[in-house]
Design a binder for this molecule. Structure first.
Ligand code: ATP
Ligand code: MG
Length: 299
């Protein structure tokens, strides 16, 4: 590969050999950037995995605003700890499981999500206690250690009574199986947990804050740049570009990813092959707060 592509990772350099459309497809595909705080959180999650099983397992709740990388982080943790064949049996060992909380705090649907994730056959109309029995048996069988429950703020979409009942299910699973539970959600999730103080103090809150315009953000820009297969360097971390990008994304990594993907596509289609002020102007990005105002006005 020629020296001009030294601004890219090896994989992005290889992508330069693809057609424009293939490159655009690659740009739009998921990618993982291990920024330092994400690594810290992953390490804390790893501590849960290493924790010996006991009668009071530590839990965590990862909270942050929408579109700021919570699900990516949770899924990364799962990818790093995939299921593997049990050398002593015919099933698999699955140390980590990821599920989404059902849209309402419903015990039966929660078990369905777990059974679906295990590809276990079940009848949706089955009695809840039978489903619970099956879930406990299977999770013991796969030796689950950490259950990640995304969108945990969905708990709030039910009466206080149902919220409590659902939280008790979490507590029961954690105690019975001696597993850690990692809730993931918006800050409302914390409010939901608070309805059950005995449970709340067993969940360590971890915040995923919005980005600020600082050196960390500039390093994040540099990481994105390395992964976007454009033929020329963009120098995104330069002050003027960094400030403009920050204003466009308002500190949300999901917005930043959207802005950069769209600008990179523009740069390919227009032959400039790098992201500059013109590209950022041409893509007409509406920052999230303005988008929200537009929606509010339309209602
Ligand atoms: N570590 C990362 N590396 C690269 N891109 C990321 C990373 N984290 C987040 N993103 C980008 O941000 C987008 C939003 O992330 P994610 O879906 O994890 O947000 P979220 O906090 O779970 O949002 P919500 O509360 O709406 O579910 C992702 O689709 C991805 O494009
Ligand atoms: Mg999410």
């Amino acid at each position: 590969m020629s020296i001009e592509a030294s601004h890219l990772t090896e994989s992005a350099q290889k992508a330069l050999l693809l057609t424009d459309q293939e490159r655009i497809y690659k740009i739009k595909s998921d990618r993982w950037i291990g920024y330092p705080y994400a690594k810290e959180v992953l390490q804390q999650l790893d501590e849960l995995l290493k924790h010996p099983r006991n009668n009071r397992m530590p839990n965590m709740i990862l909270i942050g605003e929408s579109n700021n990388g919570k699900t990516m982080l949770a899924k990364r943790f799962c990818q790093l700890n995939p299921a593997f064949d049990n050398p002593n049996g015919d099933s698999v060992i699955a140390p980590v499981m990821y599920i989404q909380a059902p849209p309402v705090p419903d015990e039966g649907r929660f078990y369905n999500a777990i059974l679906d994730s295990l590809f276990a056959p079940y009848r949706p109309s089955e009695r809840v206690d039978k489903k619970q029995f099956q879930v406990l048996k299977l999770l013991r069988y796969v030796e689950l250690k950490v259950l990640v429950v995304d969108e945990i703020h969905h708990i709030l979409a039910g009466s206080l009574h149902r919220q409590r009942a659902f939280l008790n299910v979490l507590k029961y699973l954690s105690n019975e199986l001696q597993i850690s539970i990692v809730g993931v959600g918006t800050k409302d999730a914390l409010r939901a947990l608070q309805t059950e103080p005995q449970l709340a103090n067993r969940f360590k809150p971890i915040q995923l804050p919005r980005w600020e315009l600082n050196d960390d953000f500039k390093r994040l820009l540099a990481s994105f740049e390395k992964m976007l297969p454009l033929k020329h360097p963009s120098e995104l971390k330069q002050d003027a570009l960094a400030s403009r990008l920050y204003a466009m994304c308002e500190g949300y990594i999901g917005e930043l990813s959207g802005v950069l993907n769209t600008a990179a596509e523009w740069a390919i289609l227009n032959g400039t092959e790098h992201i500059n002020q013109k590209a950022l102007a041409e893509i007409r990005w509406t920052p999230p707060s303005e988008r929200k105002r537009q929606i509010d006005r339309a209602q």
